[in-house]
Design a protein around this ligand. Sequence first.
Ligand code: SF4
Length: 214
Amino acid sequence: MSDLQEKAARLYAIANEIATCKKCPLCNSRTRTVPGAGPANAEIMFIGEAPGFHEDQQGLPFVGRSGQYLNQLLASVGLSRKDVFIGNVVKCRPPDNRDPEQAELDACKDYLDRQIAVINPRVIITLGRFSMARYFPGARITQAHGHPRQVDGRLCFPMYHPAAVLRNPNLGPEMQADMKKVMQAIQEMKAGGQPPEQQGSEEPPEPPVQLSLF
Ligand code: SF4
């Protein structure tokens, strides 16, 4: 079995666990679990928040309007969905698309941790404040977006959630600039250089404050 086949098998096993998971109350309202999708050896991993209506129906991440926007963003830098793995911090849809609760985030964390360990991406792009909080605790996304840091040997790059840009199109240019910035950082990493900002494990650029909406 090749390394890729082994990784895919391990991801499949995790997805099977998720499919029958009852570790938090979201299991009661979900239609389908959404474990994530993409190549098992992806160098870039996007982490969003939680499945919405369409994701819950199809069992796939980012297939609604946010997904269409994300596809456009990827295409703008020469990428497509087949190049990246996309997952969420919780694998089941919260009722009425409410924010995931801390107990739900905690219950679901192990699945994402294990997916990251299997895929071992060089770059993690967080989409929105909930996935950002994994790597930038206490940061405000309005200030932290676009400012990467190294965590556990990976470049972690916070970006707005596509849904936030759809609600506020004024964020579009910043989102586009962040996407170009992350691609530049990846190219520099591959060339043996250093990411553009936030070397080492220092804290994010702003002091811890209460999380804000996106
Ligand atoms: S959200 Fe995560 S922890 Fe909760 S039931 Fe779904 S898979 Fe299990």
